[in-house]
Design a binder for this molecule. Structure first.
Ligand code: SF4
Ligand code: SF4
Length: 475
């Protein structure tokens, strides 16, 4: 018997109904030229309260130059309103590439014998984290393959403790986000107790049939268990979760709708949508040839996906990684992306020692190979304010508390001052002289934009205190 779509259900078959996704695709195609409907959707979107998956799917169908331009303009306006010119910086940290799964698009899959397997010891993690701190990073995303023998939850918990405990010169990792395999409520509770920021898990694709083909072996092959992981994470007390698909595995229309239905499901069931959405695209890697995948997403479509997501979920941060080229990153920053990785290494141990070409332990090829300092200088040059802020999680502003501040437009009162203070720390401790000069000008300019006089005065005081050697001020 066919299941009925129910956004508030705890079962993947109901909240991620294949029928609802296909009906939405058909609805969007049928209304592609319905100017009256499109105008009303754009008018609703302008109120910045988001769109549902059907409305967003209609926008995604639009290719007429005037409509496309209007959507892009709206995406830029919404981004400006909620995120200003701030871009939050982070770096991935690969702990282990042992994996028992058989994901056909990932070089870590268990049957790949040509990749060098490696798992960092706690001492090696220390060295990687010091290297990251010396670049200026404050926010990490931990990554591991799924392997109960090599990478049990105890290993992840111990690693988090190690990372938070490292204080090297003025460096500190202040927020550890975690991207590990779907697990139990009890393990999510333990991750929460260990002080993680966001729990990130990519769905890869929401199409069950395709998912099962792409994940032929290992625990990840259980579609329902994987798709319901965020529900268990929330039951375990983690209220900031990050979702994403790997665009290119399935038709982009299907997974775009799935992403929004997942967000709606979390909102319906737990009262809080995802904290972030990541938009990785399939790219080449060891043992993986993108020619094998017929759904690879071209740049023009990718830009439209980012713009319509920005319009549909204005309150959700959007992340792009170094899989993308600098030119593409520049474009998606304009259209909606609010978090960026910089200076990333996607190999295990890669921050201490970049791997030699024949060693091959990276998960994917990096297209943006610039150092963090180069990325920061580039952002400043483009008029953005790179931010190393981690304040919300440390001030207990998570889950629905965070979302209610965002929805009331209040979070920007914290974001701008924190961006200025954390950028100042970065400039004083890690930047090259030319980046520092650029950044100091930017801070002076944007200090004027802090709306409340008392806050502005405090920011000025804290900036002076940073020059005197003090650190870690936050709003
Ligand atoms: Fe393992 Fe994750 Fe790669 Fe799949 S995508 S093979 S689970 S590391
Ligand atoms: Fe993010 Fe909160 Fe910092 Fe703003 S204040 S940048 S929302 S952590």
């Amino acid at each position: 018997m066919e299941t009925i779509y129910n956004a508030g259900s705890g079962q993947a078959a109901e909240f991620m109904s294949d029928r609802e996704i296909r009906d939405t695709m058909a609805y969007a195609k049928a209304h592609k030229a319905d100017r009256e409907l499109i105008t009303s959707i754009l008018a609703k979107a302008r109120e910045c309260r988001g769109l549902d998956h059907r409305e967003a799917a209609v926008l995604l169908e639009q290719d007429e130059p005037d409509l496309r331009e209007e959507m892009f303009r709206l995406a830029r306006d919404i981004k400006e309103r909620f995120y200003g010119n701030r871009i939050v910086m982070f770096a991935p940290l690969y702990l282990s590439n042992y994996c028992v799964n058989g994901c056909v698009y990932c070089p870590y899959h268990a049957r790949n014998r040509s990749i060098r397997r490696r798992k960092l010891t706690q001492e090696e993690i220390r060295r990687e984290v010091i290297a990251l701190q010396d670049m200026g990073h404050k926010r990490l995303a931990l990554e591991t393959g799924e392997d109960p023998l090599h990478n049990p939850i105890e290993y992840v918990l111990e690693s988090i403790q190690t990372i938070y405990g490292i204080k090297h010169r003025n460096g500190a990792i202040r927020r550890v986000n975690v991207n590990i395999a779907a697990t139990t409520v009890e393990n999510y509770r333990r991750l929460k107790e260990a002080g993680i920021g966001t729990y990130i898990l990519f769905q890869e694709t929401y199409n069950r049939t395709n998912y099962e083909m792409l994940h032929p072996t290992g625990p990840k092959s259980d579609y329902a268990y994987h798709t319901e992981a965020m529900d268990r994470a929330m039951e375990g007390g983690i209220d900031d979760v990050g979702i994403g698909v790997l665009f290119g595995l399935e038709t982009y229309r299907y997974d775009f709708i799935g992403l929004l239905m997942h967000a709606e499901h979390l909102e319906a069931r737990f009262g809080v949508g995802p904290h972030t959405i990541s938009v990785p695209r399939l790219c080449p890697a060891d043992d993986i040839d993108t020619d094998d995948f017929k759904n690879c997403v071209p740049d023009e479509v990718f830009y439209k996906i980012v713009a319509v997501l920005r319009i549909a979920v204005p309150y959700t941060g959007m992340i792009v990684s170094t899989r993308e080229t600098p030119a593409c990153r520049r474009k998606v920053l304009e259209l909606g992306v609010s978090q960026l990785s910089g200076g990333s290494r996607t190999s295990v141990g890669g921050y201490v020692q970049e791997e030699k070409p024949d060693e091959n332990s990276a998960q994917f090829d990096v297209s943006d190979r610039r150092t963090l300092d180069e990325v920061v200088a580039w952002l400043l040059d483009l008029g953005y304010l790179p931010s190393f802020c981690t304040a919300c999680y440390r001030e207990g502003r998570t889950g629905d508390r965070f979302m209610s501040l965002v929805k009331r437009g209040k979070i920007a009162d914290c974001c701008l001052p924190n961006a200025l203070l954390t950028l100042k720390e970065y400039l004083n401790d890690y930047a090259s002289p030319s980046t520092r000069a650029l950044g100091e000008q930017m801070i002076l300019k944007w200090l004027e934009a802090v709306p409340r006089e008392r806050v502005r005065e405090n920011v000025s005081r804290f900036l002076a205190a940073i020059d005197e050697g003090r650190r870690d001020f936050r709003f």
